[in-house]
Design a protein around this ligand. Structure first.
Ligand SMILES: Cc1ncc(COP(=O)(O)O)c(C=O)c1O
Length: 441
C-alpha cells in the first residue's frame, strides 16, 4: 500500500467528479416551475404550495401535509399543535440541530435533554422515563443523520405516560423504520427542506400528520390566510382570520414549485444514494477503527437519503489515534473528511443554563419550569464525548461503482498506515466535541 499523502505520498483521489456529490440536478423542469411562479407574481400565493402538500402527503402516505417557510417553523408549530404550553416540559436528545427543541422557549416551555445511543446517534429510549415529570408534555426525536429512531420503544413510553411524539425527519426524508415510513409513527412530523438536505427545495419545511386536530391547530397557529371556516375546532373557530401563534410561516412558492419537481424523482435518487452508501460500507467491512453508522439493509429499515453521513470511529482499535489526526490524513488523500458531528451537546450550552432570554430576572430554563431540570457536565456521557467518535464520510448522491471503490480504498489506505500517524498526533481539540462558550451553572 502506497505512502500516505499527508506524509508526502501520492493522493488516493487525485481528481473528484463533482457530479458524485452534487445536491441535485437542476433541470429545465425546475427552471420552468420556478419561472412560472415568478412570471405570475405568485410567490406569496398558496396554489402551488397546496398542490405540493397534496403530493407530499400522498408520497408520505399521510392525510395532511402543510408547507412552511422553514423546518424550524414547522417544528415550532408542531410543538404548539400537540399542546405544548406555558410551564410544560419537552424531552429531546441533546445531539441534534437546535431547532428540534429551542422553539419550546417561545411557547413558555422548558427543554429536558436526553442522552443518545452511541450506535444510532438517536435518542436513547431507555433514558426517557427517568426524566418524565408531572409537566412533561411531549417528546421530540430526530432521526439523526438518517438513522431511524427506535420508534417502537419511544412510542411505548409515550403512550404509557400520555405524551405526544414529534418526529423531526429533517435528516431522513423517505427513511423507513421496520417497514413504516418515518414521520408516520409519531403524532406529527416536521421536515426541513433547506438546500443542504437530501430533499432540498431551497428554503422550506413540511409538517405532516394524520390527526385532524393537529392539522387544524397548525393552520390556526401559523397560516392566517387559511384559518377560515374549514377549521371547525370549537376552541379555534372564534379566532379565525388571525394567527394564534403571531407567526406567518407560509412557504415561498418558488420553493413549493421546486419541491413538486423534486418529488417526482426523489425515490429514484434515494435508491441510488442507498445503493452507493451501502456499497461504500460493505467495502469497509471489518476495517479496524471504522464502523458504519447505518441500519442493516435487510432489516426493513432504511436511512432515507443518508443526510450528512457519518462513520463511527473507535480510536482504541487504531492505537489511540485521534479522530482529528485520522481525518487530516483522509483529507490529504483528497476527501472532504471532518472530525466530529456538526452538533455539540445542547445541554452544555449556556443558552440552556444562564441566558435570561425574556427578562424574567432568572435563566429562561428555570423561569418557565416548575423544577430545575438543568443537566450538569457528566450527566449525558455519550452526547458529551460523541464528537471524538464520529467522522464525515463521502455523501454519494448517485451510484458509481468505481468511484465508490476508490474512496473506500483511500480510507483503507489511511487505516493500514495509521501507525505512521501516531507520532504527529496532537489529539482532538475540545471543539471537536464541546462548545467553546463559557461555563454553565
Ligand atoms: C434536525 C434538524 N431539525 C430542524 C432543522 C431546521 O430546519 P430549517 O433549517 O429548514 O429551519 C434542521 C436543519 O436545518 C435540522 O437538521
Amino acid at each position: 500500500m502506497s505512502q500516505l499523502a499527508i506524509l508526502g505520498g501520492p493522493k488516493a483521489i487525485s481528481h473528484a467528479n463533482p457530479n458524485l456529490f452534487r445536491w441535485s440536478d437542476v433541470t429545465s423542469e425546475h427552471e420552468e416551475a420556478v419561472l412560472d411562479v415568478l412570471r405570475r407574481g405568485a410567490m406569496s400565493g398558496t396554489d402551488v404550495t397546496r398542490q405540493f402538500e397534496r403530493e407530499y402527503a400522498a408520497w408520505q402516505g399521510q392525510t395532511y401535509a402543510v408547507g412552511f417557510n422553514t423546518g424550524t417553523a414547522a417544528l415550532h408549530t408542531a410543538m404548539w399543535a400537540v399542546g405544548v404550553r406555558a410551564g410544560d416540559e419537552v424531552l429531546c436528545q441533546s445531539i441534534t440541530y437546535w431547532a428540534s427543541i429551542l422553539p419550546v422557549y417561545s411557547l413558555g416551555a422548558t427543554p429536558v435533554f436526553i442522552d443518545i445511543e452511541h450506535h444510532s446517534l438517536c435518542i436513547d429510549p431507555d433514558l426517557l422515563e427517568a426524566r418524565i415529570g408531572p409537566r412533561t408534555r411531549a417528546i421530540v426525536v430526530t432521526h439523526n443523520m438518517g438513522y431511524p429512531t427506535d420508534m417502537d420503544r419511544v412510542m411505548a413510553v409515550a403512550r404509557r405516560h400520555g405524551l405526544k411524539v414529534i418526529e423531526d425527519v429533517s435528516h431522513a426524508h423517505g427513511g423507513v423504520f421496520l417497514g413504516r415510513r418515518l414521520g408516520t409513527i409519531g403524532d406529527v412530523a416536521a421536515f426541513s427542506c433547506m438546500s443542504g438536505k437530501s430533499f432540498p427545495i431551497g428554503e422550506g419545511g413540511m409538517l405532516t400528520t394524520d390527526d385532524t386536530e393537529i392539522h387544524d391547530r397548525a393552520i390556526a397557529f401559523a397560516h392566517y390566510e387559511r384559518f377560515d371556516e374549514t377549521i371547525e375546532e370549537p376552541d379555534l373557530a372564534p379566532y379565525r382570520g388571525l394567527p394564534m401563534g403571531g407567526t406567518k410561516y407560509r412557504m415561498h412558492q418558488m420553493s413549493s414549485a421546486v419541491g413538486r419537481v423534486q418529488l417526482r424523482t426523489y425515490d429514484q435518487r434515494m435508491d441510488g444514494i442507498q445503493r452507493a452508501m451501502n456499497e461504500f460500507w460493505d467495502l469497509l467491512e471489518g476495517v479496524p477503527g471504522l464502523h458504519p453508522h447505518r441500519v442493516d439493509p435487510s432489516s426493513g429499515s432504511t436511512m432515507g437519503g443518508w443526510y450528512n453521513p457519518k462513520g463511527l470511529y473507535a480510536p482504541e482499535e487504531l492505537g489511540g489515534l485521534s479522530v482529528t489526526r485520522f481525518c487530516q490524513a483522509v483529507k490529504a488523500e483528497g476527501i472532504d473528511c471532518r472530525p466530529g458531528l456538526v452538533y455539540k451537546p445542547l445541554h452544555l450550552h449556556p443558552l440552556f443554563h444562564t441566558a435570561d432570554v425574556y427578562g424574567h430576572g432568572k435563566p429562561t430554563r428555570v423561569a418557565f419550569a416548575t423544577r430545575d431540570v438543568r443537566e450538569r457536565r457528566g450527566d449525558l456521557p455519550v452526547a458529551e464525548n460523541i464528537g471524538k467518535h464520529v467522522y464525515g464520510i463521502p455523501w454519494f448522491r448517485s451510484y458509481d461503482r468505481d468511484a465508490i471503490a476508490r474512496y473506500a480504498e483511500a480510507f483503507r489506505k489511511v487505516v493500514a498506515n495509521h501507525g505512521e500517524l501516531l507520532a504527529g498526533d496532537t489529539g482532538d481539540a475540545p471543539s471537536v466535541a464541546d462548545w467553546q462558550n463559557e461555563p454553565l451553572i
